[in-house]
Write a protein that binds this ligand. Structure first.
Ligand code: SF4
Ligand code: SF4
Length: 373
C-alpha cells in the first residue's frame, strides 16, 4: 500500500468522506478574482489573509502538499421548522471546536501524519474549495459551491499543508453543471450570484446575516434592499444549494433525526431570538453558531428583519417589546420591521416609539419607516 493510500484509508476510517492531495502552487484563479473584485473582498484581507492564503508556499514556506479532507454534514435530518431560518452548515454544528471536523478526529489524523515523519500545518484560511477541486475531490458549481460526487455540495473541507511531496494534483477540473442549468442564479433573491461562478458577498444573505457590523471592516448595516429579500433567514442561506439538481438526491433522502436539533427546535423561534436574554443566547443559540456572531444583538437584528418580512401583524406585539430593548441596534431594526409590517397598527407603534426614543439612529429609522407608510 502506498503512503497516499494509507493516509486515505486512515482518513476514511476516522469518518471523513474523502481524502485528496493537491499541489501547493499558488491558486492563480483565486488571486486574479481577488484583484478583479477587490471591493467586495476588502473586508476579508485582514480577517482571512486571502491573498497570502492563495499562495500556500508564501504562507508556509515548507509546504509541499495540501491534504484535503471532505466531511459530508448532511447525515442527520434537520427539523423542518429550522430550515429556511439557519443554514444547514450551522445547524450541523460543523465547526464547533470539539466536534465534527476539528475535534479529536482531526487530532488523530494529524498525529498519524506526524508519526509518518511529516510536519503538518492546519490553517483555516487556506482556500478550501479551490484546494478540494485541485485535489480532484469535486467540481465548482455555478453557485460557487464545490459539488462532490455522491455527496453534493452540503460538504465541508479541512485543508492542511505537509512538508512531504505526496504527488498532489495540480489539475483544475471544469464544472460539471448541466449546460442549460441556471437555477441557482435565478433563485438567488438578492442577485448576489451575478454571473456563473461569481458571487458578491456584500449582496449575499448568508454573509450579511453574520458579518454586517460584526466582523472588522465589514459594512455596519444590512442595506434595506437586502433586508427585504432575507425572508426568514437569520443565519446563513441555503437557497442556491437547495434548488440545485445536483443536490436533489441527497435532499430527498430519509435521514435519522438529529436528537439535539429536535430538542432545541421548538425554542428556536423568531420571537424567542428577538427577545432573548444573555442566558438564552449562551445556552440555546451560541452552541449552534461556533462564534461567528459574537454578540446577541446581531441575531436579534436578524430576527427583527425576519419578523418584518413575515408581514404578520401578530409580530407587532413582539416588536413592541423589542422596541424597549436597551440596545439601539435592536430598537432600530425593530422599527424597520414595524414599518415593513405597516398598517394602522404598525404606524401606531412607530408613532408611540417616536415620542419616547432618544437615540438618533433609531429616530431616523422610525422617521424613514413612517414616511413610507
Ligand atoms: S447563499 Fe443565498 S444570497 Fe447568497 S448567493 Fe446563495 S442564494 Fe444568493
Ligand atoms: S443549480 Fe444548476 S448551475 Fe447552479 S450549481 Fe446546481 S447544477 Fe450548477
Amino acid at each position: 500500500m502506498s503512503l497516499t493510500e494509507e493516509i486515505t484509508e486512515y482518513g476514511l476510517e476516522l469518518g471523513f468522506d474523502g481524502v485528496g492531495f493537491a499541489a501547493t502552487d499558488p491558486f492563480d484563479g483565486l488571486l486574479q478574482a481577488l484583484q478583479e473584485r477587490g471591493e467586495g473582498y476588502r473586508w476579508a484581507e485582514g480577517l482571512l489573509q486571502l491573498s497570502e492564503a492563495a499562495a500556500p508556499r508564501v504562507l508556509m514556506p515548507g509546504a509541499r502538499t495540501l491534504i484535503v479532507l471532505v466531511y459530508d454534514y448532511h447525515k442527520l435530518a434537520f427539523p423542518p421548522e429550522l430550515l429556511g431560518m439557519a443554514g444547514r452548515v450551522y445547524l450541523a454544528r460543523l465547526y464547533l471546536g470539539k466536534t465534527r471536523i476539528f475535534g479529536s478526529r482531526l487530532r488523530l489524523f494529524k498525529k498519524f501524519l506526524e508519526q509518518k515523519g511529516m510536519t503538518v500545518e492546519v490553517r483555516r484560511t487556506l482556500p478550501d474549495r479551490q484546494a478540494a477541486v485541485r485535489a480532484g475531490l469535486g467540481t465548482f458549481g455555478r453557485n460557487t459551491f464545490v459539488h462532490v460526487p455522491g455527496h453534493g455540495s452540503f460538504v465541508a473541507f479541512v485543508v492542511m499543508a505537509v512538508d512531504a511531496d505526496l504527488g498532489g494534483s495540480s489539475d483544475e477540473v471544469s464544472s460539471r453543471c448541466p449546460e442549460d442549468c441556471n437555477r441557482c442564479i435565478e433563485a438567488c433573491p438578492t442577485g448576489a450570484l451575478y454571473e456563473p461562478f461569481k458571487m458578491d458577498p456584500l449582496r449575499c444573505i448568508a454573509f450579511q446575516t453574520y458579518s454586517a457590523g460584526n466582523f472588522p471592516g465589514t459594512p455596519p448595516d444590512i442595506p434595506p434592499e437586502i433586508r427585504e429579500k432575507m425572508g426568514r433567514w437569520v443565519y446563513g442561506c441555503d437557497i442556491c444549494q437547495e434548488v440545485c439538481p445536483r443536490n436533489r438526491r441527497r435532499l430527498r433522502q430519509t435521514l435519522p433525526p438529529d436528537a439535539y436539533l429536535a430538542e432545541i427546535a421548538p425554542h428556536f423561534t423568531l420571537e424567542n431570538l428577538l427577545l432573548m436574554d444573555e442566558q438564552f443566547y449562551r445556552s440555546r443559540v451560541q452552541p449552534l453558531l461556533y462564534g461567528y456572531i459574537w454578540e446577541k444583538k446581531f441575531l436579534q437584528r436578524n430576527a427583527a428583519i425576519a419578523l418584518g418580512n413575515s408581514g404578520d401583524e401578530a409580530a407587532l406585539k413582539h416588536l413592541r417589546l423589542s422596541l424597549g430593548d436597551e440596545e439601539p441596534l435592536v430598537r432600530r431594526y425593530s422599527a424597520w420591521a414595524a414599518g415593513r409590517i405597516g398598517g394602522g397598527k404598525g404606524r401606531k407603534l412607530l408613532e408611540r416609539q417616536l415620542k419616547s426614543e432618544s437615540d438618533p439612529g433609531v429616530l431616523s429609522e422610525i422617521r424613514i419607516a413612517l414616511e413610507k407608510l
